[in-house]
Design a protein around this ligand. Sequence first.
Ligand SMILES: [Zn+2]
Length: 115
Amino acid sequence: MHEMSIVMSIMETVEKECRKQQADEVESIELDIGMISGVEMEAFYFAWDAGTAKSILQKTTLKINRPPAKAECTVCGKTFIAQSSFDACPECGNPFCSIISGKELRIKRIVVIKN
Ligand SMILES: [Zn+2]
C-alpha cells in the first residue's frame, strides 16, 4: 500500500529528528498533503493508526494541511485553482497548464518533547 510506505518514511524522518534533538516523545506533527498529491486520505489515516501504534508517534497529534491544486497557464499566465492535473485554463482554454502547487507531500513541522 502506497500510504503505508509514506507513513513509514515519515516515521523514519521523525525518529532521526528525535535522535538529533535527543527527544523521546513527539508532541505534534504537521504535514502538507496536497489536494492532488495522489494520497488517499482514508487509507492514509488507516495506515497512520496502524503504523504508529506502539511507536514514538502513538500519542502524537497529527495535523494535516491540504494545499489546494494551483495551476498556471503557460499561454496567458493566469493562475487558477485546478481540480486535477489536466485542467484547461479558464481564461483562454489552453489545456497545457503547469501545476504550481497541490502535489506537496512533506513534513512541515515536528514538535518534540524533551525530557
Ligand atoms: Zn490561459
